[in-house]
Design a protein. Structure first.
Lengths: 374, 261
């Protein structure tokens, strides 16, 4: 990270540590999550997806949340923190637009100015979210540099922050970026795993055998995994296989990347033989990032979590499967996790096993892409 | 003695301040970069800061981002080492590499430092590497006599200033403004005050850059600092003259007017 931001990062760390122990802050956030965002979300047993004699597949329904995805868990926390820190302006990067939308939503609620950086390519792919952000009073700033997707939007947001560091709070949307962001975003998203744990204990009297979630930057998966790290549950992160790992078009930082440093994080990164960052590809804009949260890299290295990939084509199949069998239209990101759980994992397991899949968002934003591809 | 230290000593003797010019290696080609370095030296530049192109230059504004995009196909760490090795037959001008940390990390820290020194590179600046993360690199640069130049920002606390001063060798790079690289018509008011404060805290040379584009700004900074760094303004002249005749001479004219007036 540039020196200019180092003091701001340590101020943020201090403010966050204070807030984390502040009963008032916690109560306020809990209230917002319940009454504004719609928590707790159901843990739903997808009976039709769970085939006869196969394992039970539960869905953690983050798609039901306000703004349509898990992103709001984090932005409410961070924007509330920004307010406590006396900041009047927030900025964000966004890929699929879900984090931008969730930031714009929280900013509107708290009366803050909000600028969202979005790659020009993603602005085309996710025009509905762009429109929604603008309705909420946010400015969506197109990014024309590099691959014109999430990686470049993140660089541009950092450049903005370097310039306006004294007045602006940067709301990072995933478990990436410099410390304390990966920790803070993980903590705010851990509500997913905590709820899942108490729900599954109530329904089944035990922790699940498998937890499956998609991994782009890795926030919904980290949120689901984290409260289960000390349990026997097997953790599986599903990365974007794009056109396939034997091609150059995928987003599988953990499965195919090498350690590197980008956006203030040392983690697995897609890069070429010279150390230049490669352009990631996925049918889902939210998984289109060449890096991944450093804690996922750690979980991979200590073999606590397993990381696999699902291709664009398979994700579309997962999408169709869930829509048709359960009447739930998922976003393309969790469609990767659905496909893995239902098609690769479930057939190997017997009916006594339990799988929980994080359904991180709903599919409304993806309708244009679906129309083109199905 | 390192060529950078020697240069500052010599400038001090002559009661002069350093003019440091930044260009991007491989913009528009490595052979032009070579000519540019020699031309800039002839025109009065004291130290060359040579950028290595990177896919994600997050501390840079639009001018250097574009230069990076133009250069990325022409240059990598190894070809820049070769360029410096070649040019060392013709010049002793101090050359400092400015590159993002992933390029160093990917290349391997020890190998990077060894090959830098072997090629005739005098120092390294990684704009995204704060001192708390640079301990390993610093230990190696120290062992091999490569200068490790750290950046100071207007937002740095007094404690950080102290740490950065002690971590830096060669010179200390003061970032004149909160923002990315790129020409600005005005520099912040507190610049001279901040430079005076930092100068009081160290005997190491302090040079300021970011935003500098006019000879007035150059002179103003040279009053308070030991040197001034100009990048985007020069890169812009390169950009404007790509494919035209006399690119090198035009860049030379522009730079000479900046540094000697």
């Amino acid at each position: 990270m540039p020196e200019t931001l180092m003091v701001a990062l340590s101020e943020l760390e201090k403010a966050y540590k204070k807030a984390r122990q502040d009963a008032k802050f916690k109560k306020e956030l809990k209230g917002l999550l319940a009454l504004y965002a719609g928590r707790p979300t159901p843990l739903y047993l997808a009976k039709n997806l769970s085939k006869n004699n196969g394992p039970k597949i539960y869905l953690k329904r983050e798609d039901i949340l306000h703004t349509g995805a898990h992103k709001i868990n984090n932005t409410l926390g961070q924007v509330l923190l920004a307010v406590k820190m006396g900041k009047k302006r927030v900025i964000a990067e966004t890929g699929a637009g879900q984090h931008g939308l969730a930031t714009a939503t929280a900013a509107a609620k708290f009366g803050l100015t909000c600028d969202v950086y979005m790659g020009e390519e993603d602005i085309h792919r996710q025009s509905l979210n762009v429109f929604k952000m603008r309705l909420l009073g946010a400015r969506v700033i197109p990014v024309y540099s590099g691959s014109r997707t999430l990686k470049d939007a993140t660089s541009e947001a950092i450049r903005d922050w370097v310039t306006n560091v004294r007045s602006t709070y940067y709301v990072i949307g995933s478990v990436i970026g410099p410390h304390p962001y990966p920790m803070m975003v993980r903590d705010f998203q851990s509500v997913i795993g905590k709820e899942t744990k108490s729900q599954i204990l109530k329904y089944e009297g035990r922790v699940p055998d498998y937890l499956v979630a998609c991994v782009g930057g890795g926030s919904n998966s980290m949120g689901l995994f984290y409260p289960f790290l000390k349990t026997r549950a097997r953790l599986i992160g599903v990365e974007a296989g794009g056109f396939g790992l034997n091609t150059d078009k995928h987003g599988a930082s953990l499965c195919r990347g090498r350690p590197g440093v980008l956006h203030g994080t040392k983690s697995y990164l897609l890069q070429d033989k010279n150390g230049q960052i490669k352009i990631a590809h996925s049918i889902s804009a939210g998984l289109d990032y060449p890096g991944v949260g450093p804690e996922h890299s750690y979980l991979k290295d200590i073999k606590k979590a397993l990381y696999v990939t699902v291709t664009d084509k398979e994700a579309l199949e997962g999408f169709r499967m869930l829509s048709e069998s359960e009447g739930i239209i998922p976003a393309l990101e969790p469609s990767h996790a659905i496909y893995y759980a239902a098609r690769r994992l479930a057939p190997k397991l017997n009916k006594n096993k339990i799988i929980v899949v994080c359904l991180s968002g709903r599919g409304d934003k993806d309708m244009d892409i679906i129309k083109e591809n199905l | 003695m390192n060529r950078i230290d020697k240069k500052f000593k010599e400038l001090k003797r002559r009661e002069k301040k350093a003019f440091i010019a930044y260009i991007m290696a491989g913009d528009p080609s490595l052979s032009v970069t070579k000519k540019l370095i020699l031309e800039l030296e002839r025109r009065g530049v004291d130290i060359i800061e040579l950028g290595v192109p990177f896919s994600d230059p997050l501390a840079d504004g639009p001018t250097i981002q574009k230069a990076s995009e133009r250069a990325i196909r022409n240059a990598n760490v190894d070809s820049v080492f070769k360029l410096v090795r070649d040019i060392r037959l013709k010049t002793k001008i101090p050359i400092v590499l400015m590159l993002y940390y992933n390029l160093i990390f990917h290349y391997g820290l020890k190998r990077f430092v060894e090959n830098s020194v072997r090629s005739g590179v005098d120092g390294v600046i990684a704009p995204d590497l704060p001192p708390e993360e640079s301990k390993e690199l610093r230990a190696i640069t120290k062992e091999h006599g490569l200068a490790a130049i750290h950046l100071l920002a207007p937002t740095s606390s007094t404690e950080r200033i102290k740490n950065i001063i002690s971590a830096s060798t060669g010179f200390i790079y003061y970032v004149s403004l909160t923002g990315t690289t790129g020409a600005r018509s005005k520099l912040p008011k507190e610049l001279s005050e901040n430079l005076r404060k930092i100068k009081k805290m160290t005997k190491k040379p302090v040079c300021a850059g970011f935003g500098v584009s006019t000879s007035e700004q150059v002179k103003e900074i040279q009053r308070y600092a030991d040197g001034v760094i100009v990048g985007s303004a020069i890169v812009k002249v390169i950009e404007k003259n790509i494919g035209k005749k006399n690119t090198v001479r035009k860049v030379g004219n522009f730079t000479e007017a900046l540094c000697t007036r």
